[in-house]
Design a protein around this ligand. Structure first.
Ligand code: COA
Length: 243
């Protein structure tokens, strides 16, 4: 048995500290995810963004847990996903498995952002969840789907902006998503909205048909906060109180 040198003792102390810090970071992340999943009024984080008006669209949005969602709206979301995505899934390694998709879309942790036109018909939705992904608290965007007649009017972009606001408010570090590489419209859309290849994306040799994209919440949120009015300030205090 030999005696450890002072240098190696301090190295292992550093390693222990780094391990502890990492464990604390993950535990904190898990706490934020648990708290976010319990929130019942996510609209307080993004009230003014839920109304979307421009020359072509008058849209109102709301957010609900899947368990509270109207069954007809959930069925519409499933149908729209099938109409928009079935062919794309069929032409890649995943294939289209409706049962699996429905199971994913009806998971108890699923949140839905629903956008409805003035006449009441649904136009777009996002299915998202708060989750610990690779040890980091993230808002994972499972779907963003817009009806054909509602596209290229900025609605998809507004939906992502709302998710980004929610992610920041609940202390998620990223909005993260999985995108099919052979869906050029989606690729152009996510890039235009500031999403880039995430460090957790698999190398092309392992999986060429999809990639993980993300946007960090920090800087974007700081920009948003600067342009906030007084009511946002009150919301921010409310957010702190909720957490
Ligand atoms: C991808 C999708 C969500 C985009 O929604 P959208 O409401 O049409 O997008 P926006 O109008 O907000 O577009 C914002 C910007 O993204 C880019 N963009 C959006 N759609 C694009 C397309 N088809 N081709 C090229 N760029 C596109 C543009 O830069 C656009 O700005 P511009 O219209 O001023 O040029 C929508 O086309 C859709 O539902 N597609 C089918 C389902 C799908 O692929 N979902 C994504 C994977 S889950």
């Amino acid at each position: 048995m030999g005696k450890k040198s002072a240098a190696s003792t301090s190295k292992s102390k550093e390693k222990r500290q780094a391990r502890k810090l990492e464990q604390r970071r993950i535990a904190d992340g898990m706490t934020y995810v648990t708290l976010a999943n319990k929130l019942t009024d996510l609209a307080t984080y993004c009230k003014e963004l839920l109304i979307y008006r421009n020359k072509e669209l008058e849209v109102d949005m709301y957010i609900q847990k899947v368990t509270d969602l109207d069954k007809n709206i959930l069925q519409w979301a499933i149908d729209l996903t099938e109409r928009n995505m079935k062919k794309l899934y069929e032409t890649c390694a995943w294939g289209w498995n409706k049962e699996k998709k429905v199971e994913e879309m009806t998971d108890d942790n699923a949140f839905y952002l629903i956008a409805k036109a003035k006449n009441g018909s649904p136009l777009a939705f996002s299915h998202f969840r708060f989750d610990l992904d690779f040890g980091e608290p993230v808002l994972y965007c499972y779907e963003v789907q817009v009806e054909a007649e509602g596209r290229r009017r900025g609605l998809g972009q507004r939906v992502l902006k709302i998710l980004e606001r929610l992610a920041h408010g609940t202390r998620m570090r990223y909005v993260r998503l999985t995108a099919l590489t052979h869906n050029p419209a989606a690729a152009a859309f996510f890039r235009a909205c500031g999403y880039n290849l995430d460090e957790t994306s698999p190398p092309k040799e392992e999986a060429a048909h999809y990639e993980i994209l993300s946007k960090a919440t920090g800087d974007q949120a700081a920009d948003d906060a600067q342009s906030c009015d007084l009511s946002d300030g009150i919301q921010a205090v409310h957010v702190e109180a909720q957490l």
